[in-house]
Design a protein around this ligand. Structure first.
Ligand code: SF4
Ligand code: SF4
Length: 80
């Protein structure tokens, strides 16, 4: 299971998609009539990246702490 699929919008804006990495640009993302968050302009209301296939290197190289347990499992028995 990819942890990104279970990640809340709030967690995404805190950890990985709170701003566009190349420029630092943010935009207000309206959640409902009373709530919203500042986030990367390319993050949509469903927590998906609207430019996923063309996202910059800074996004592709992002090391998320939520993936560390998955990486460790994947490396069992393998040489670093
Ligand atoms: S990279 Fe990390 S914080 Fe970002 S969506 Fe995936 S699990 Fe969530
Ligand atoms: S470009 Fe996409 S992956 Fe990168 S920070 Fe923005 S929404 Fe997240």
């Amino acid at each position: 299971m990819n942890p990104c699929e279970e990640c809340s919008l709030e967690d995404k804006t805190y950890e990985c998609c709170g701003r566009f990495p190349d420029t630092g640009e943010v935009a207000f993302l309206k959640i409902d009539d009373t709530r919203g968050v500042y986030a990367c302009p390319y993050l949509d209301i469903n927590g998906l990246c609207t430019i996923y296939e063309k996202r910059p290197l800074g996004c592709r190289d992002h090391e998320c702490s939520r993936f560390i347990p998955y990486k460790k499992i994947g490396r069992l028995g393998e040489e670093e």
